[in-house]
Design a protein around this ligand. Structure first.
Ligand code: ATP
Ligand code: MG
Length: 356
């Protein structure tokens, strides 16, 4: 187990800088999730931490030791990829033991470690099978088993579940959570899946264009996003962003309005908002409560209803023509074109300056 510290880490491919000065502090035993749009540099960061990729600048420390120039095998790290990377001609036992075989671990230790990993991952009954006789989830467990037997100080996972179907993903997500609890190891996990990020992470790192946008506990990022990007990135469906005008600022509240929104005072949360500004009002779909058109603060007409059973997603065209998504926690039917109003708790709204 180990701490991990990245200081001003950079990476360029030729003239193109893809990692632009990343600082991240990870505590011993922490589960850290990297999220961000495709191409933002998540895999590159993992590969640099593991040593598979050189860094162009900055320092990487593992357990207080700078590892910039250490080869991957000496960093105490194990990496699990999206594709299973297991050998088809070997049994599960041989696959799991692979790293131990190449570094000539003695037979008894090898057998004992494989057995232990198999027990943790509940695949003792699969040890003599070949990969072709396994499901996708079982194959990914073999890849994780191979990482466990090496007793790494840090586990790196790059979208390990993205090739699995939804039900299996959920099972494996819970298994990875339990694995973290039982091993207590430091883990860094890359995913595009919001649920994985929110449920597994002690800490989420949101990346964009090779830079860190915000680091924090999942609920802190969800409720107090540092900027428009994080606000729009976390949460499903995404936060609604309405163009509004600031009529008045008094203390830490601003009164905002537009053609579809009656004037309402919302908290500024210390952001740079001034009277007369054009600003962006962020409203999560879950915070909107439908009421009659004559009531509520927001007014529009139903464009589309998606009934999911326990939840209904309503797409609305607001009076000023802007789209709005509301997520209602019940089954509701609306006629397309019907006029509708929405209430919301102004304390939950997020007001951002236009530029961020
Ligand atoms: N070997 C390479 N040569 C040049 N550019 C590269 C190389 N590897 C990655 N890049 C670029 O670096 C950037 C970051 O890539 P990276 O694979 O880290 O993204 P990612 O966040 O993992 O994306 P995804 O979510 O799609 O996996 C991208 O713009 C990519 O095109
Ligand atoms: Mg990637």
């Amino acid at each position: 187990m180990a701490t991990l510290k990245l200081t001003d880490v950079r990476k360029s491919y030729g003239p193109v800088e893809v990692i632009k000065g990343v600082d991240i502090d990870i505590e011993d035993g922490e589960f850290v999730v990297f999220v961000g749009p495709s191409g933002c540099g998540k895999s590159t960061l993992l590969r640099m931490i593991s040593g598979l990729e050189d860094i162009s600048g900055g320092t990487i420390e593992i357990a207080g030791r700078v590892v910039n120039d250490l080869p991957p095998k000496d960093r105490g790290i194990a990496m699990v990829f999206q594709t299973y990377a297991i050998f088809p001609h070997m049994t599960v036992r041989e696959n799991v033991a692979f790293g131990l075989t190449i570094n000539r671990t003695d037979k008894a230790t090898k057998a004992q470690k494989v057995q232990q990993a198999a027990r943790i991952l509940q695949m003792e009954h699969l040890l003599d099978r070949k990969p072709s006789q396994l499901s996708g989830g079982q194959r990914q467990r073999v890849a994780i088993g191979r990482a466990i037997v090496r007793d790494p100080q840090v586990f790196l996972f790059d979208e390990p579940l993205s090739n699995l179907d939804a039900a299996l993903r959920m099972d494996m997500r819970m298994e990875i959570g339990k694995l973290h609890q039982s091993l207590g190891a430091t883990m860094i996990y890359v995913t595009h899946d919001q649920v994985e990020a929110m449920t597994l992470a002690d800490k989420i790192v949101v990346l964009k264009d090779g830079k860190v946008m915000q680091v924090g506990a999942p609920m802190d990022l969800y409720h107090e996003p540092a900027n428009l990007f994080v606000a729009g990135f976390l949460g499903a469906p995404s936060m609604n962003f309405l163009d509004v005008t600031v009529d008045e600022v008094r203390g830490d509240a601003a009164r905002v309005a537009n053609e579809a929104l009656d004037p309402i005072a919302v908290p500024t949360r210390g952001r740079a908002i001034a009277r007369g500004d054009k600003a962006i009002l962020g409203l999560r779909p879950q915070y909107l409560h439908p009421v009659a058109d004559t009531e509520g603060q927001l007014h529009g007409a139903i464009a589309l209803t998606e009934r999911l059973g326990a939840e209904t997603i309503v797409e609305v065209t607001l009076k000023d023509g802007a789209p709005l998504i509301a997520a209602l926690s019940e089954d509701r039917v609306y006629e397309p074109g019907a006029r509708i109003g929405f209430d919301f708790d102004p304390g939950r709204a997020q007001l951002f300056p236009r530029d961020g």
